[in-house]
Design a protein around this ligand. Sequence first.
Ligand code: AMP
Length: 452
Amino acid sequence: MTFPQLNLEPMATLNFSDFSLNNDLQKALADIGYKHPTPIQEQTIDLALKGHDILGIAQTGTGKTAAFCLPIIHNLNKTQIKTAPKSPRALILTPTRELAIQIHDNLNSYGQFLNQKYTVIFGGVSQGKQVNQLRNGVDILVATPGRLLDLINQKHLSLKAVESFVLDEADRMLDMGFMKEVEKIIKLMPKVRHNLFFSATMPPKIQTLANNILYKPKKIEVTPQATTVEKIQQTVMYVEKSNKVDLLIHLLKSNKKHKTLVFISMKHMANRVATKLEAKGIATAVIHGNKSQSARQKALQNFTRGDIRVMLATDIASRGIDIEDITHVINFELSHMAEVYVHRIGRTARAGTEGKAISLVTGEEKSFLAHIEKTIRHKIAVDKEHPFHSEEASQAPVMGVGKAKASLEAQFKKARRQHFRQKPKANVKKATTRTSRPSTKSKRTAKKRPNN
Ligand code: AMP
């Protein structure tokens, strides 16, 4: 795994050697090439080493993974207790498979000179290998909620020995409908433990959860570094919805040396757009929640290696993905949440490189744009130099975000109804001739499945 470096100039006063992290960790950090702690690391590591509970408000890209991993590795290493089979000493709970894999990779790098065992478990793959690893003993377990509870229910795992607990991306857990699972998991751990809680935002439900989990926490808040956003050349292209795919094709074809991540909000749209791009000879990787784990991994690998230069992704599936040298981020649609915009465009301009972010904006989405610009305090330049510029969209009236969102949702529902009305009748027959009822499990999963 390669470790892109964050731009840390404004905070480059502390060194990792200023923390009381053990020599093996210092050696690993030097090996990876981290020189100075990021703001979240600067504020978290020392307090967490002393055993304080942490409430960290920080997004992916701030260096939060090292902020929670390093103190946990250090503290567990200090006591040197041999782990019992199936009983990890620390649990890092994170919402997506991709994030889980990334945290596990980071643990392996940070702990490369230590004798600790790290394991990652997530759904969508067979459980045999994971069960074997748990049986062999684990110091730090990284897990997504569903598979964790499955393995606990099957007695392959117990949380009774957990000394340290990290809840990562708590607000995403809520968005993805994992709140009940998280609450269940918390009840299965010892009451006295060290807690590190991280969330990009703090809506009331997350605040309540934090209050229930944390004991006299130290609150640490870092906003995404302004420089990150400023380093990115951001533009808006006004376009009619029906021309978006053509504009995307135009953009992808007019630049030969690019590596582009395209954000798209709906899974079915991602598939449809990918098919259209492929038809125009543009090789495209796609990741979203309906893809199998192996398909997602393969897509990521192809894109990371640069074998495929375009990846379409939904927000949740791409959460936390850290790929070097992405030259362009294209927002196929704008999100109504400014922080999503900041998170998306932050996928480019990593490792001190330049990056471009282009947003394809319809008249309706113009209201989201106004909200984003207000939040990031930055007026995004309009690029009219493309064949699909829509003057009508650029002149559309701006309304409140709530109203604009409701109007877009109503349009979407209407389109959906029309789509299903047009479906051929053959499907109906298939449904009525089914002999067995769907299992309760599959019904449950269907209900819970996040719309990513
Ligand atoms: P994270 O927010 O934990 O996903 O980290 C974002 C990126 O920053 C990852 O590529 C890390 O490897 C990198 N990173 C984390 N901490 C540092 C540091 N102190 N110096 C340089 N790069 C870092």
